[in-house]
Design a protein around this ligand. Structure first.
Ligand code: CO8
Length: 260
């Protein structure tokens, strides 16, 4: 029987993916990557799930990187296979038509930070450490780290973090805009649940269009991104939730978004 290394639990409109290899600080081996991709695709396609939370089991690590055991004796072709496997996961996180929140409960290193960088929002425990230490292993980030860290935190921060390989504290990551909020470790789950609830209460079609526009804004030229945003904005007016949002505001009541 295959070991269960990744779980996907649904509670109401919230899907939670947990990477469960705590003895190896949730390091990403081939089996984890395969199960993670499956979980992301499943929750992504499930219309009842309005927000995805991604975290690691235990209080030590989110994910401490790719499994270094798989690097020993690996060839460039093997490395391409490893990187392609992780790219499928990060592509799926970005393409998921709903918010994905990384709940960084400890070390987020290498491929672990790269997973978090592919999420829409990152929140962290004050004890978390975030870094791209690949250079210390004689390699460099291969899961999108140089690209996404540069886009999220700027070239100077990306160069500092990837060239020194030194992890930074959650507070520093907050100051650099890498994480949205920092919480005492015992408060992290509560903060994550509150964020998930608030996101799950929003209109799902508008959120999907918003995420798509934000994704385009990262990659496209300004005019194309502006056109994409206008199209997405207009599309929302085909939904009942758009009417509900406006009517609820005017009636001074909380909107009830049904996803229609
Ligand atoms: N791979 C494999 N095993 C790991 C990893 C890892 N990345 N990280 C930790 N472990 C294991 C340790 O070997 C140890 O196992 P054991 O108990 O059997 O000896 C266990 O987890 C606990 O770890 P430590 O005893 O080392 O715990 P410490 O508290 O002393 O240290 C650290 C914690 C600082 C997090 C330390 O474990 C560490 O430095 N880990 C490695 C971090 C790292 O270099 N990550 C980057 C890996 S490279 C990468 O991610 C490239 C991504 C490329 C793209 C994607 C391709 C797949």
């Amino acid at each position: 029987m295959t070991d269960i290394l990744v779980t996907a639990e649904i509670s109401g409109a919230i899907g939670t993916i947990t990477i469960r290899r705590p003895k190896a600080l949730n390091a990403l081996n081939a089996a984890v990557a395969t199960q993670l991709l499956d979980a992301v695709l499943r929750l992504s396609a499930d219309k009842s799930v309005r927000v995805i939370m991604l975290t690691g089991e235990g209080d030590r690590a989110f994910v401490a990187g790719a499994d270094i055991n798989e690097f020993v004796g690996a060839s460039p072709a093997d490395a391409l296979t490893l990187a392609a496997r992780i790219k499928k996961v990060t592509d799926a996180l970005i393409a998921a038509p709903k918010p994905v929140v990384a709940v960084v409960n400890g070390y987020a290193l290498g491929g672990g930070l790269e997973l978090a960088l592919a999420c829409d929002i990152r929140i962290a425990a004050s004890t978390a450490r975030l870094g791209l230490p690949e250079i210390k292993l004689g390699i460099l980030p291969g899961g999108g780290g140089t690209v996404r860290l540069t886009k999220i935190a700027g070239s100077s921060v990306a160069r500092m973090m990837t060239m020194t390989g030194e992890p930074i504290t959650a507070e520093r990551a907050y100051a650099l805009g890498l994480v949205a909020s920092v919480h005492a470790p015992e408060e992290l789950a509560k903060a994550a649940a509150a964020l998930a609830e608030s996101l799950a209460a929003l209109a799902p079609f508008a959120l999907a269009q918003l995420k798509s526009s934000l994704n385009i804004a990262v990659d496209a030229d300004t005019e194309s991104a502006l056109q994409a945003e206008i199209k997405a904005f207009a599309l929302c007016y085909s939904t009942a939730d758009q009417q509900e949002g406006a009517k609820a505001f005017l009636a001074k009541r909380k909107p009830i978004f049904t996803g229609n």
